[in-house]
Ligand binder design. Sequence first.
Ligand SMILES: Cc1ncc(COP(=O)(O)O)c(C=O)c1O
Length: 505
Amino acid sequence: MNKALREAPLQTESSETLDPKNWEEIRAQGHRMLDDMIDYAANIRDRPVWQPIPDEVRARFRSSLPRQPSDLGDVYREFSDFIMPYATGNVHPGFMGWVHGGGNAVGMLAEMLAAGLNANLGGRDHIPIEVERQIVEWTRQMFGFPASASGIFVTGTSMANLMAVLVARTAALGRSVRQHGLHDDGGLLTAYASTAAHGCIAKAMDIAGFGSDALRGIAVDRSHRIDVAALRQRIVQDRADGRKPFMVVGSAGTVDIGAIDDLHALSALCRQEGLWFHVDGAYGALGILSPTLAPRLAGLENADSIALDFHKWGQVPYDAGFLIVRDGDRHRDTFAAPAAYLRRETRGLAANSPWPCDLGPDLSRGFRALKTWFTLKTYGTEKLGAVITRTCALAGYLEARVLAEPRLELMAPVQLNIVCFRYRAADANRVNGDIVIDIQESGIAAPSTTLLSGELAIRAAIVNHRTDSCDIDTLIAAVLRCGAQRSAAEVGVLLQVEQSPPLAM
Ligand SMILES: Cc1ncc(COP(=O)(O)O)c(C=O)c1O
């Protein structure tokens, strides 16, 4: 040990602990925080959905390293004044951008309990691991997977998809790929997903070392569902060209418009062709909890692996991504890596192997399972399924409002909980892009945009359990108002151009 460390004074009273001298003070502060966050959720409608961050607020978060302590009350005031008001806004029922879950109060409380336990779910024998295994078991039951299935919490579906690519790779090439790398055979492995699949799948192919070109983008039909015949043809062609097809990724809810691929047909094709069948079910897979939607997910039960997020339609606070793999041995083959310092025992704290660190890249892992366990137990899956059904009904309501309004145009069939539409205008892409930013900045609602065949669409993904028909009405009114303003501004510019004298040549 170095001299300075050896000679550092050893205090007898634990003066270097981070525990408070006065627990009552922190208890009172904690109660205030809890009350404030409950008020935040209860009164969320009183707030703007989102608001731009003033420069001086942003500048506060460019300060230098705090070497000296601060009073907790002061730090909390900074949170209340400068962090809480400038969050994403997805707790708010008017938030309809991207695919963001709304969270829930029970999950929020569970996060505090998890932080209190400060459990590390990489492994070892403690009950938090059993709670995670309980969620694995419940997820297994939801999707009708066999008892041999295994699962693990991860950050989100991007990570779960990457891990699924790695499991499929190991299944195709054998465990030795982990030692020797991809080499010639591995370089020929080819995966397939529709052109509507989420970009994280191409990214997963890139990170896994195949390169994103090794993912074939297969054409979709009008409803954005993968063209299974085209997929079959491409596999045949690739085989003839010496490639090695190994994996098909089906989408259960595409990010743009919520299309569900024909999972039944994909699973049959994969079985015939000996390919790994993975489903990106980021938000759509939990549609299995809705009796109305479940039949549309037929075939999901045959998947080799499913990626999903409890933090989207499951309403669990961020983050709570999940990967379930039909054959647990394949899953462990991909990630388990023995190490002397992680030696397993049959009793004591090092018992209870295999550990979650054998199922993914992370060793240190938080207790994501607890907020999911609280959410599933407190509300029950029937209630969560009813929430999912309702978000789709609200999307149907928005679709009807768009169809009834001549100034608006529906841009894609509404299949789930996502509605893509736009305000009719001469320069529609620019006008609609501006409309979305105007609405976001107004704090009234928060839709996002997407491009459908080069046309910019206003995209409303209704995921939040708090969203109601009044929020849909508010969105429509805002689009019409901002659309009229933007179009008027456009006409004004055109008139100015027409009226201005010709430029001298
Ligand atoms: C279909 C789909 N796949 C993957 C993802 C990525 O999930 P995450 O953001 O949890 O990584 C999303 C995100 O919205 C998605 O909609």
